[in-house]
Design a protein around this ligand. Structure first.
Ligand code: C5P
Length: 283
């Protein structure tokens, strides 16, 4: 079974507090984009075999897809194994949920292959055991997300923008970004305003509400993120923000010329530059 594992961007990410369990409480506005990995899952006699076109990713129990498969096999006493092929296109350590999207794809595929009969809500709940961004990736729609990442309410967002993604060479470790976050110094965007702006197709409101608490620690780790944001705004994009815990930056425009020129200019300087759009619900 083939599943497209779509990346996400965070239009707003507000870290509200550090919890006693080591995680942070968040409020986020997340949206799926067309950039995706291809995940092929098939039943085999036994074991978990992971293969990939990307030589840099681990193929053992450190990989999120391995953890997802192991959890389902054990929890539902599945007496077979799986072979998982990962065709990676989403960059790693980018804040685009590349690993989480692949993990969510494995949950969805195995639910069908082994007739587990789990609902979307049930899949999302179990997937949280593998990582905080997996529940969102199970839904994969515009959403207001709270808690650690597991309280998800979807809505119809304004999706007309052209989106340019630019990632510097260096990535950001999510753990390190949260570990060096200073809640008194970082930005605290208003996620309710972002949601309202997206629902009301209020373009100015969307731009004003862009913000990410994790930019403060990520910028200290990878200063090129600030340079990329500045360059994108100078090229005429209406807004630019780091996604998730970084280091990928996304920029929004509705102007095809700005989009094309921006792509060409940034491509000269950075290793990952991609033109994409918000994924429409029907796809
Ligand atoms: O859940 P996941 O394994 O993706 O999280 C990676 C790390 O990011 C956690 O170990 C934690 O340090 C941090 N994190 C957090 N609060 C969240 C999500 C992640 O502190 N809501």
């Amino acid at each position: 079974m083939k599943v497209r594992a779509y990346a996400k961007i965070n239009l707003a990410l507000n870290v509200t507090k550090k919890r006693d369990d080591g995680y942070h409480d968040l409020e986020m506005i997340m949206a799926p984009i067309y950039l995706h990995d291809l995940v092929i899952v098939e039943a085999i006699d036994e074991g978990i075999v992971v293969e990939s076109n990307n030589r840099k990713i681990p193929l053992d129990e450190r990989n999120i897809v391995y953890k997802a498969a192991k959890l389902l096999i054990e929890r539902y006493h599945i007496n077979q194994g799986v072979r998982i092929q990962l065709y990676k296109h989403i960059p790693m350590q980018a804040g685009l949920a590349g690993g989480s999207a692949d993990g969510a794809a494995v949950f969805k595929a195995m639910n069908k292959i082994f007739n587990l009969g789990l609902t979307t809500d049930e899949l999302a709940a179990i997937s949280l055991e593998v990582g905080s961004d997996l529940p969102y990736c199970i839904y994969n729609q515009f959403a207001y997300v709270e808690g650690r990442g597991e309280q998800i309410s979807t809505f119809d967002g304004y999706d007309d923008y052209l989106i340019l993604l630019v990632k510097p060479r260096r990535g950001v470790s999510t753990k390190l970004a949260y570990g060096t976050l200073d809640l008194n110094q970082c930005d605290h965007p208003d996620c309710h305003l972002m949601k309202e702006a997206l629902i009301n197709k209020d373009e100015q409101g969307v731009l004003l509400a862009l913000g990410n608490s994790l930019e403060q620690p990520a910028l200290a780790l990878v200063p090129e993120i600030a340079t990329i944001k500045e360059e994108l705004l100078d090229l005429g994009f209406d807004g630019a923000l780091m996604s998730g815990s970084g280091s990928c930056v996304f920029a929004l425009t509705k102007n095809e010329e700005v989009f094309t020129k921006g792509f060409k200019e940034m491509k000269k300087k950075y290793p990952f530059v991609l033109r994409t759009r918000f994924k429409k619900d029907e796809e």
